[in-house]
Structures are given as C-alpha cells and as structure tokens.
Write a new protein. Structure first.
Lengths: 139, 139
DNA sequence: ATATATTTGCAACATTGTTTCATTTGAAAA
DNA sequence: TTTTCAAATGAAACAATGTTGCAAATATAT
C-alpha cells in the first residue's frame, strides 16, 4: 500500500513530511532511527515537524516507536493487515536489538504473551525487547 | 544489607554520592526517577557524578535501569540474593508501569521467559515492560 | 602517613524534545 | 474553480538530558 493511501485510510492529511517518513520506512526492511529517516527524507526533513508527525503517525497506528534504550530509538511501519490491532494501541510482537550491528528487527513470529500479574494489576499493553546477536552477525 | 557493605561486596569505592543513591533507593519500595533520587540525596547530588555513578552501579549489578519510554526512566536496587544473576547482566523479572500514577513496580514474580527466536538469533537479555493500571489505582 | 589510581565537580558542549505563534497548506464545500 | 477553515508547518526560543576533558579531591592499599 502506498503512503498516500495509508494516510487516507487513517483520515489524516497528506503532507510532504508524512509521506517522506512513510516512504523512508517502506524502503527499509527494519525499523529506523530518526537520523536514518532524516537521511532518506532529504530536504523535507524538519526536526520539529518530524517529532510532531511521529507523534501523529504513532497515535493513529501507522507506525510504532521502539525504545531499546533512552538514547536508542527506532520507528517501524505497521503492517496494513494489523492496522486495527495497532489503532487499539496494543503491541503485537516482540522486538530484537542486535548488540553487535545495532539493528532492530520486528519479530512478527514472537507474539506478546498474556502475563500472569499479581492481584489488582491490569495490563493494557506490553513492550518486549530481546537483546543479543542477530542472524546476520552470527556469521 | 547496608550501602557500605553493598559497595564493598562489589569492590567499588565507597563515596558519598554512591552511598546516597543506594540509601535513596533503599528508602523506597519501588524504582525511582533521577529527580526522585535527587530529592532524597539533598546536597550530595551532582548531575554529572550522578550519571557516572548510575553507570558504575549498573555495570557492577547493584542497580538496574528501567526504560519505560525515552523520557521516563527509573532506577531500581537489585536484591542481594540475586546479585550473581545481575552481575551477569541478565534481567530476571518484568516491570510494570502504571499509566495512571506513573509508578514503576518490579514484578519479581513475573519471570522473563525464554523466547523462541527465529533461526540464527541468539538472546543475551530481555526487557519486559507491562503497562496498565496498578493495584493502588484500581481503587 | 604516604602513594596512587579512582572519583569528583566544574565548564563547556552536544543531543533530544517541547512550546508558542504567525504563516502556509490540504481538503471539503460553495 | 474558487473560497473557506481547521490542521499542519517551520522558525525562534527554551528546557531537559546526556557527554567529555581536565584539574582537584579522596578512598583505599601499602
């Protein structure tokens, strides 16, 4: 699905900045950092607008933010098939962070389980970050 | 165990800043933010030294850092019994973040499972953050 | 008590994220 | 097509967060 249609589907305005972010993420097989997206956006990148668009795109469920560490953040495009799940703001899968090449991979196969919580606690969403060595780095 | 002994056990120097951080965390039942620790440290707080000590204390396994979001970080004291596990830098339990009162709770009972990863991926450590409403906020 | 490696605290800087507000623009209606 | 208006942009200014170099101070072992 192209960027224009994705925006239309979520009822938010089609703007240069948003299209550029979505296109950048579509060009990649894995989630990207702000700087990586910035490189791909070329002249259409503006830092303030970027933050605001990331906010909006996350809020409507077009992308998701992966916080590996406070100084290590990635943004990933949601699959169109899972749009409805995401618009309910629930993570569906775990993320993998490779400590060697610093890439982040969406592990679509590794689903978020229901955790058994102590009495009184109610879960709305969970983040799972698995750290280690990715397939490419395991020679 | 008191702060002095904890430092000695891990073979790092006993300094005012480190003792103050450990004491602050021992006064609390749950992990604290930098500002919360700062309040408890009083005049012995220095921002740069704080960051460096957090680094050191984390590296030797006295405390652990919980990154709920890039702008929402907590530091928790490790239990002495689990010191050996922690010095191997492996998380043992999941963390809960209450979206209402913004507190973080160590869910000692909720152990980190072994995730079934795709071919080629090797896990060294995992972070699990469960978000929702804590017992206190569920009236 | 002394020696020495570690730690501290300051200055200065770099990065990251937010708010306000005037201007521009997308998209719907006339 | 032109008009209209809420939404989005981008600049300035700020706030918070995190890092590095370096001289002075200090914890521990001898």
């Amino acid at each position: 699905m192209n960027a224009t249609d994705i925006l239309k589907l979520h009822n938010i305005k089609k703007t240069a900045g948003r299209l550029a972010i979505i296109n950048a993420l579509q060009e990649s097989t894995c989630p990207l950092s702000e700087n990586e997206i910035k490189e791909l956006m070329l002249e259409s990148y503006d830092r303030i607008t970027f933050y605001r668009n990331i906010q909006t795109l996350t809020a409507v469920g077009i992308i998701h933010k992966i916080v590996v560490d406070n100084t290590l953040i990635r943004y990933g495009l949601n699959c169109c098939e899972t749009v409805h799940e995401h618009s309910a703001h629930r993570n569906t899968h775990a993320h993998f962070y490779c400590e060697q090449c610093h890439s982040v991979v969406c592990l679509q196969e590794v689903k978020i389980p229901e955790f058994c919580l102590p009495e009184g606690f109610i879960s709305a969403d969970s983040d799972i970050i698995i750290k280690g060595k990715c397939e490419k780095c395991n020679h």
